[in-house]
Design a protein. Structure first.
Length: 117
């Protein structure tokens, strides 16, 4: 059995907009304990299961960013999610998020404005 050390976590509480990949309606969740590989997503977990795919949207340095997430575990408080990187730019986006959180530049990261229906 191969054991890998977990990636270092950055303690952060960032409200993000989350929805299933196929859904129209988003919900607000709190992104916490972020690493380059994943995070904890605090939100109501009813109807969400291990293996489900979600997407989270947030703003970094005035640009709205969206990243795909895969649910790897869940408990009554929320979900453990893995970032599903499509390209190198996605990795840099999470790296920027971690940098701004670690250097306490919270004015550069926030939840996007709600979309009008």
């Amino acid at each position: 059995m191969k054991y890998e050390n977990p990636a270092p976590r950055t303690h952060l509480e960032l409200d993000v907009s989350v929805k299933r990949l196929w859904a129209r309606k988003a919900m607000t969740a709190s992104l916490k304990n972020v690493s380059l590989s994943g995070a904890f997503l605090e939100l109501p977990v009813d109807g969400i299961f291990k293996g489900d795919m979600l997407k989270a949207t947030f703003v970094i340095a005035k640009r709205e960013r969206t990243i795909a997430l895969k649910v790897v575990w869940k408990n009554e408080h929320g979900l453990g999610v893995k970032f599903m990187f499509d390209n190198h730019q996605d990795i840099l986006m999470i790296d920027d998020l971690l940098y701004f959180a670690e250097t306490r530049q919270f004015d550069l990261i926030r939840m996007p404005k709600p979309q009008e229906d």
